[in-house]
Design a protein around this ligand. Structure first.
Ligand code: ADP
Ligand code: MG
Length: 207
């Protein structure tokens, strides 16, 4: 139920705040350094509406989360994370949120991010975390894997995906201006996406 959203938002804020210096450093190395501040602003805005979110169904809540992120975050990541949730809101319309439905809804959200950013796997962006997670959720839903296994797998592929950006050249976003000099640095958006996914999985696992 959407009543879990305040806890999830708090858990996400905690992990982003705890890793803020590292993320700022990552975006300074190959971007302009503002990614973590953009995200913290968006998360503060979500925190302000978190009680309201609990009164909504999943479709409306995802939509509200997306619009809130879009209107407060700024940066490339604001429109991309916003797109992820608005698209999930559309896909969730009239659906019960079991694991199979969620994996489909999340995958549609990730597809919309790909379209919006004109990017795909291997371009050193948040998509290197999000795409493997979408694929892992779908595979586990298809095989009826237990929730705990599904969450562990999602966390594991998020970490592998995030780490995979280290050796990549960026072909999208600010880091693409650096060419080979981007190699050796993890992408900031891939890192924050992984941190958020791991935090969400930990909250769901403890229920
Ligand atoms: P900006 O790049 O405008 O300063 P942020 O610093 O908030 O915005 O976000 C940068 C992050 O956005 C990158 O680390 C990357 O993960 C993600 N990103 C940038 N461009 C794209 C794109 N075209 N597709 C997917 N993700 C992208
Ligand atoms: Mg930036």
């Amino acid at each position: 139920m959407t009543t879990s959203l305040p806890n999830i938002i708090t858990a996400i804020q905690n992990t982003i705040n705890a890793n803020a210096d590292e993320v700022a450093e990552l975006d300074r190395a190959i971007g302009d350094g503002d990614h973590v501040v953009n995200l913290q602003r968006g998360l503060d805005a979500l925190n302000n509406v978190s009680e309201e979110l609990t009164t909504m169904n999943w479709s409306a809540a995802f939509m509200k989360i997306g619009m809130t992120l879009m209107s407060t975050m700024g940066g490339a990541s604001g429109s991309l994370f916003g797109t992820l949730f608005v698209s999930m809101g559309k896909a969730a319309k009239g659906q019960e949120l079991d694991l199979t439905a969620f994996s489909e809804i999340f995958s549609q959200g990730v597809e919309s991010v790909k379209k919006r950013g004109k990017a795909d796997l291997g371009e050193k962006t948040m998509l290197d975390t999000l795409i493997p997670v979408a694929n892992s959720l779908q595979a586990d839903a298809a095989s009826n894997a237990p929730l705990a296994v599904t969450l562990d797998n999602a966390k594991a592929v998020a970490i592998v995906g995030m780490e995979s950006t280290k050796d990549m050249i960026a072909t999208k976003g600010r880091a693409s201006f650096l060419g080979e000099r981007a190699i050796g640095h993890i992408d900031a958006g891939a890192r924050t996406s992984q941190l958020m996914i791991c935090a969400i999985a930990d909250v769901l696992d403890s229920h």
